[in-house]
Write a protein that binds this ligand. Sequence first.
Ligand code: SAH
Length: 202
Amino acid sequence: MELRSQGVSDTEVLSAMERVPRELFVPEAFQDQAYENIALPIGAGQTISQPKIVAEMTSALELGPRLKVLEVGTGSGYQAAVLAHLCRRLYTVERHRTLADEAETRFAQLRLGNIVIQVGDGSEGWPAQAPFDRIIVTAQAVMLPDILLAQLREGGVMILPIVEKGQGQKVVRLRRTEKGIERETLMDARFVPLLDGLPRAK
Ligand code: SAH
């Protein structure tokens, strides 16, 4: 209801979000805030995104039941669970094993059988499963990730937060057309950075 009152009008996205219990993705200590429209810590220095951003990015991705989707930055798995209700199959990559393991447990609890998760550097994409119809990056990139763009099918859409010169961090939408890549700036964002490689062992 709150998302609707804030201008989210995509009813398919709203009903997918209604089907995903956000409290399951939030640590014990923040349970009472699970349904507030704020980002929350999830461990490993990472955050679960604000529901409004999840709604808007999901809607901007123009999903459909036949589409194959790649997510970079599984985090808690919340965004992944929402996406999974709106596409055929979701491939998601997370560089922190602890977060990936927790997310995988949640997917099993929710019986989301169309999510495939992998621990790795998502800036490499998922070459064995490419091309994808849709790609969503949920960590902030500094440069346009050519490797990911190369894994986007023609007609495909990719959404990612990126720093725009003098503008700060924005969510942009890239569309691969027969003529090349079209780019639109959608909204302000505050994502954690997209990092290379895997975390160093402690
Ligand atoms: N979509 C998440 C929020 C993600 S926060 C959710 O719904 O909870 C961003 C995540 O991206 C973090 O978990 C971080 O560890 C991960 N990340 C950062 N760089 C990455 C990379 N190169 N490959 C894979 N995951 C990455």
